[in-house]
Design a protein around this ligand. Structure first.
Ligand code: FAD
Length: 464
């Protein structure tokens, strides 16, 4: 039994039927996915407006984490993977939108470029360059991403360059996010190279030597094609939509799962819902797991999709969009959709999507639709030669959608997994990576553990 039909739940069910490289073994498992909403897919969702279709949730897969892209290929969608038409991202500064100096995660690899970059003070640049000579901190337990960045690069480079990119992926505050659960490579850069700048240089060299391709890929037409392909591979009998699970009861070594007054008996249960929903389901028989699940904080955000009138396309610079240091604009980031993912249906119209709301500035995402549209479009018109008003706009709310990996998050996930009874598993965005590739990798691991459990392999069913 799988509770929740987002990417994580669907991929777990798929891996139970078709074990891949992550999960070798027989796949003849009798299963059903119970999904609360009218259709499966979870956060993979798009909106239709002004004769176009635009992603309202995820728009691309991080190729460096291969599980997502590999699953697309396995589902026969390999030829549909495409790279963004432009990869360059910009950042909002007091001097307008500027391209990032080159280097991964906004950490510059070229000091000459940093000196010439007009978006920071000389004092901030010198402090960032001091990363090359400052002694590395002795290894400690998990710390915050912000503490590491500030220690190495100083406040200005952290707040203006790195935090808008890295914190933005979590709609989070770098000073509260765990470095180990979010970007553990930064810790190893400091440890192994004595400096983030040297670590960034080594990582860039390694990527070049590997001939690494594009950082992000999407499926032509949208990521719903992934969840639709998973749904099709599972078949209609294995997915029940509109079936919210209200209660789970342990019955000896088995479980009874209740949805809409119907009891579904199960040998094992995978809960692939947000952590707070999982907490409600296990409260009655696993209180320790429930309180740890409930302790994973979530942030609410919203996406504002704007389609501008004909002739506006060239108002967008040749960039995939920009990120904004916290609190400087109503939006935290903006994707230039018609530049990043050109589509015939856009014609010569500019299409953008703006993200609003993040840790510490969540209330912006709760504002009335009209205020959000007006607020972001006015700010865009001040930055770019766009009309003050779009032709059409749509706001998609994402209440409690972004789990925050606080310092100590991975230890919390260990405690959750240990506190769940035998035959019960959790998977998805709340645990070991917030993106789709992480959810897919986690799905393979949970499917392998579940099959080990069904075959009586107690060791194999544990978290490795
Ligand atoms: C705006 C936005 C942009 C993003 N951009 C990207 C991106 O570009 N790339 C990327 O890789 N990731 C991105 N992400 C993250 C990505 O969307 C998630 O990693 C992924 O979709 C999470 O999948 P999931 O299955 O864990 O959770 P969800 O998609 O939340 O699925 C959980 C499912 O459980 C169901 N459910 C809840 N309670 C119950 C219940 N009691 N009974 C039955 N069903 C229940 C829900 O209805 C839902 O369908 C983005 C997220 C957001 C919000």
């Amino acid at each position: 039994m799988v509770v929740g039909g987002g990417v994580a739940g669907l991929a777990t069910a798929y891996r139970l039927l078709r074990p891949g490289r992550d999960a070798p073994g027989a796949g003849d498992v009798d299963l059903v996915v119970l999904e609360a909403e009218a259709s499966a897919g979870g956060k993979v969702r798009s909106v239709e407006l002004a004769g176009t279709r635009v992603e309202a949730g995820p728009d691309s897969l991080l190729a460096r984490k291969p599980a997502g892209v590999e699953l697309c290929r396995e589902l026969g969608l390999g030829a549909e993977l495409e790279a963004p038409a432009t990869g360059a991202t910009m950042v909002w500064t007091d001097r307008g939108l500027l391209p990032f100096p080159s280097g991964p995660f906004g950490i510059t690899t070229d000091l000459g470029e940093l000196w010439r970059w007009p978006g920071m003070s000389w004092r901030g640049k010198l402090r960032a360059a001091a990363d090359l000579v400052r002694r590395p901190a002795p290894p400690t337990a998990d710390g915050s991403l912000g503490a590491l960045l500030r220690r190495r690069l100083g406040d200005e480079a952290t707040d203006r360059l790195v935090a808008p990119l890295l914190g933005g992926l979590f709609a989070g505050d770098v000073d509260g996010l765990s470095v180990r659960a979010t970007f553990p490579e930064l810790e190893s850069w400091e440890r192994d190279h004595g400096s983030l700048i040297r670590g960034a240089r080594a990582a860039s060299r390694a990527a070049r030597d590997r001939g690494a391709g594009p950082v992000f890929l999407r499926l032509r037409g949208g990521l719903h094609r992934l969840t639709e392909a998973l749904t099709a591979a599972l078949g209609p009998d294995r997915i029940r939509c509109g079936a919210r699970v209200e209660r789970i009861e342990p019955r000896g070594t088995r479980y009874a799962v209740w949805s809409d007054g119907v009891e579904w008996p199960a040998d094992a249960v995978v809960i692939a819902t947000p952590a707070f929903a999982a907490a409600d389901l296990v409260e009655g028989f696993a209180p320790v797991a429930a309180s740890e699940l409930r302790a994973v904080p979530y942030v609410s955000t919203a996406v504002v999709v704007l389609v501008y009138p004909k002739g506006s396309a060239s108002a967008l610079p040749p960039s995939s969009g920009f990120v904004v240091p916290t609190g400087r604009l109503a939006m935290t980031a903006c994707t230039f959709v018609s530049r990043k993912w050109p589509d015939e249906s856009f014609g010569d119209r500019a299409v953008v999507r703006c993200f609003v709301g993040a840790a510490g500035v969540e209330d912006v995402a709760l504002e009335p639709e009209e205020d959000l549209v007006w607020g972001v479009s006015r700010q865009l018109a001040a930055l770019l030669p766009l009309p003050e008003r779009p032709e059409e706009a749509r706001v998609v709310r994402w209440p409690r959608a972004m789990p925050q990996y606080e310092v100590g998050h991975l230890e919390r996930v260990d405690r959750i997994e240990r506190a769940l009874p035998s035959g019960m598993f959790v998977v998805g965005q709340a645990y070991r990576g917030v993106g789709i590739p992480d959810c897919v990798r986690g799905a393979g691991e949970v499917a392998a553990r579940l099959r080990a459990h069904l075959s009586g392999d107690v060791e194999g069913a544990r978290v490795s």
